[in-house]
Design a protein. Structure first.
Length: 122
């Protein structure tokens, strides 16, 4: 498989939202699980190939809620598995707060077209 055709999952967080590291990790976990469940239902071969080849995941940050919502809509329009996490509000942030969008698994090429301008979370 060519490098840009390798499968990946990208978890996109919000730069404008202050979360503890643990909370951010939990929200990314929700996104990854939900994307995998959607892929199991909608694109099982892609999910199997992604898991077989290391289940690559990357975490990047979008600048704002609006950017995250646009990304989600763009991903859906492109046919990329996408899931938007809305927090339950039990700990750090109000109920319904959008925290992360998960994308994939899909080809790096397809996802990078949408997320290539976002910075890595460190």
């Amino acid at each position: 498989m060519a490098k840009d055709e390798s499968l990946t999952m990208v978890l996109v967080t919000r730069k404008d939202l202050t979360l503890s590291r643990g909370k951010l990790a939990a929200q990314c976990g929700h996104a990854a699980v939900e994307c995998a469940l959607k892929a199991h239902r909608d694109t099982p071969k892609k999910l199997k190939d992604w898991r077989t080849n290391g289940a690559r995941k990357i975490v990047v940050a979008a600048p704002s809620l609006d950017a995250l919502k646009r990304l989600f809509g763009d991903a859906q329009a492109e046919g990329i598995t996408a899931y938007m996490v809305r927090d339950a509000g039990h700990t750090e942030i109000p109920s319904g707060t959008v925290t992360v969008v998960g994308l994939g698994p899909d080809t790096r090429h397809n996802i990078d077209k949408l997320t290539g301008g976002f910075s890595l979370v460190n």
